[in-house]
Design a protein around this ligand. Structure first.
Ligand SMILES: [Zn+2]
Length: 135
């Protein structure tokens, strides 16, 4: 499994944005309460404050922490199958409408474990880095 992690720069900017959101939501809530707005408006403000705090912590940790949260995880089909792919295959069969076969989990979508290049099912060597493939 490979992870894609958000950049520290964008995370820092997002953290700043979230902090601004917290301040804004606090002022908004105070203003709503002081103007005697219905309780719904104050409750809405509190929810925004809590969400902004959660976002701020997440982005701040990604910007400054040693271990960043992953934004995406790249998994091999063997590690985790895609439930939606399985569903489509079961429901609509193994071929597309024009008769070409769907990509199967053990089929064409293989990737070189050394460099990550896409390889064909019957490839013995990686077309990019030239290493011998284990499958
Ligand atoms: Zn390769």
């Amino acid at each position: 499994m490979k992870n894609i992690k958000p950049g520290r720069g964008p995370s820092g900017l997002n953290a700043m944005g979230s902090r601004f959101g917290i301040v804004f939501a606090i002022f908004w809530t105070i203003a709503a309460v002081s103007m005697g707005a219905p309780i719904f408006f104050a409750g809405f403000g509190v929810i925004i404050i809590i969400m902004s705090i959660v976002q701020f912590v997440y982005h701040y940790k990604n910007a400054t922490g040693k271990n960043r949260y992953s934004e995406f995880e790249i998994t091999d089909e063997g590690e985790e199958t895609d439930p939606l792919n399985e569903y489509v295959r079961q429901r609509y069969g193994d071929t597309y409408a024009d008769g070409t076969p769907r990509e199967t989990s053990s089929g064409e979508n293989r990737f070189c474990p050394y460099c990550g290049a896409k390889t064909g099912e019957d490839f013995e060597y990686c077309p990019k880095c030239g290493k011998k493939l284990p499958f």
